[in-house]
Design a protein. Structure first.
Length: 183
């Protein structure tokens, strides 16, 4: 862009023109150059503004889609687990529908239903915590209900009163156990 401040340099005055005419011509060229540059800058500004608004709208749409996905994930997170539990419910309802079932039939049906339930829990990464007698007491997975004197090593499991469960290595419910007393 040309410097708009006047200089002390002599004007190039073509033959047959007055210095005033030459100055007007140079001012007109300067004005024309400035107007062209202004138009280019305004066009570039409009282009950048449009790109900014589009990027802002895209970011907002992405944020909104992510929020929708999170909402749906929370809302339907249990869907797979519920689908695994439906056959167990069906088996229990079928067992109750049999009017004159013998105790052996009931026992067999309960065992089959328990196997279904165990498989459904396993498919959904629900794992039992059932430490064997003599296993080391782990306060992260076990809850000591009582302490007894026993011939085992101290702080080991004597008996499991209630199994515990993990979901993907996170304790859902600790196993309730009896442990040996420290010596």
């Amino acid at each position: 862009m040309a410097d708009p401040t006047p200089t002390n340099e002599p004007l190039n005055v073509p033959a047959g023109e007055t210095p005033a005419e030459a100055g007007q011509q140079q001012a007109a060229e300067f004005t024309s150059d400035a107007a062209t540059e202004l138009a280019q800058l305004q066009a570039r500004h409009a282009e950048v503004s449009d790109a900014y608004l589009r990027a802002k709208a895209e970011a907002e749409n992405t944020r909104r889609r992510a929020e929708d996905e999170i909402s749906k994930a929370r809302k339907f997170a249990i869907e797979g687990f519920a689908d695994s539990m439906l056959p167990v419910k069906d088996s229990l309802e079928a067992a109750l529908a049999i009017e004159n079932a013998t105790p052996e039939q009931l026992r067999e049906g309960v065992q089959a239903t328990l196997r279904q339930l165990a498989q459904a829990l396993e498919r959904n990464k629900v794992v039992e915590i059932a430490p064997a007698a003599g296993a080391r007491f782990d306060p992260h997975q076990h809850q000591a209900i009582s302490v007894v004197a026993a011939a085992q090593d101290p702080n080991t499991v004597v008996m499991v009163l209630q199994k515990g469960y993990l979901i993907a290595e996170r304790v859902l419910r600790p196993a309730l156990v009896t442990v040996t007393a420290p010596k």
